[in-house]
Design a protein around this ligand. Structure first.
Ligand SMILES: NC(=O)c1ccc[n+]([C@@H]2O[C@H](COP(=O)([O-])OP(=O)(O)OC[C@H]3O[C@@H](n4cnc5c(N)ncnc54)[C@H](O)[C@@H]3O)[C@@H](O)[C@H]2O)c1
Length: 282
């Protein structure tokens, strides 16, 4: 009976955060609730919009204490208010530029002072602004690396001692399908995203003895507001549906569910891996 009640609650909450893609499913989907996430402290970078906002929202819906940082102060403040209003634990939000390593470290420490040790870290912030090879100079190269991979390492380094003291944790790095398919005008971003896969494997090895799991989630082409506004028109939509084995557009909620599973104890010994959610892009 308890299980049924909890499942229903989770389904209701998930339905508040789901997007158009799921409405095309023939039956009402029902998603998992993870008891181990109740009260767990999670930190998400780039959590104010896009996929990050969905991770924040769904982690909070599972009862986790969520802290997130982002450059976009208005969107972050709005998200925090909407989660609190719907009755989930109030998230911690700070405006932080993840390229500023000291500021990121400070935000993680402040979040842990407020909520307790961070035992779930989602390294999500990124910037996929398109740039031609000819226009990239060393300053743009360094900036692209700083926003797309450097902070993953320093956030992981910061949470390591608290995860170790807590007996373990889960670090989830957002990679990208772009490192595996034919795309142009993103050389720095793609280099960083490929690097995240290597970083994931080496950190899994280094931190594993302390019970810390490190995984990489590789989203396919996901229909975030930014993608829909900037990049996905009719031609792209057709390309996506032709490339995917399951011809259905992917939405942030589809990626959030694997993040929840990796954050929860259900994935207890899954580490050092890449987890692809791309509708079977070929
Ligand atoms: N959307 C996709 O199709 C897709 C595909 C593959 C991988 N990904 C990956 O998923 C993750 C999320 O992607 P998204 O599409 O939601 O991105 P997005 O651009 O929509 O959102 C990124 C978030 O990070 C924030 N951000 C950017 N620079 C920042 C900085 N310097 N400091 C702090 N915050 C900053 C932005 O304000 C934004 O809220 C990224 O790691 C991205 O590489 C996305």
């Amino acid at each position: 009976m308890v299980f049924l009640r909890i499942s229903k609650r989770c389904t209701e909450r998930v339905s508040m955060t789901t997007t158009d893609g799921e409405r095309s499913l023939k039956s009402q989907p029902a998603f998992a609730r993870y008891p181990s996430l109740e009260g767990r402290v999670a930190f998400v970078s780039g959590g104010a919009t896009g996929l990050g906002a969905e991770f924040v929202s769904q982690l909070a819906a599972q009862g986790a204490r969520v802290a997130f940082v982002d450059l976009d102060e208005d969107a972050g403040t709005e998200l925090r208010a909407s989660i609190t209003e719907r009755g989930d634990p109030e998230p911690f939000f700070q405006r932080v530029d993840v390229r500023e390593v000291k500021a990121l470290e400070q935000a993680i420490m402040q979040a842990s002072e407020a909520f307790g040790p961070v035992t779930v870290l989602v390294n999500n912030a990124a910037n996929d602004t398109r740039r031609k090879v000819a226009e990239i100079d060393p300053a743009l190269w360094d900036d692209g690396i700083a926003v797309n991979v450097r902070h993953h390492f320093f956030a992981a380094k910061t949470v390591w001692p608290m995860m170790k003291a807590a007996g373990g944790g889960s670090i989830i790095n957002l990679g990208s399908i772009s490192a595996h398919i034919d795309l142009v005008d993103l050389p720095v971003y793609i280099t960083a995203k490929a690097g995240i896969e290597g970083l994931t494997r080496t950190l899994a090895r280094e931190l594993g003895p302390d019970g810390i799991r490190v995984n990489c989630v590789i989203p396919g082409w996901i229909m975030t507001p930014r993608q829909l506004e900037s990049w996905v028109g009719d031609a792209e939509r057709e390309k996506i549906l032709a490339a995917q084995c399951v011809p259905e557009l992917l939405y942030p909620a589809d990626v959030a569910r694997i993040v929840l599973w990796l954050a929860a104890d259900d994935s207890r010994l899954a580490t050092g891996q890449t987890w692809v959610v791309d509708g079977g892009w070929q």
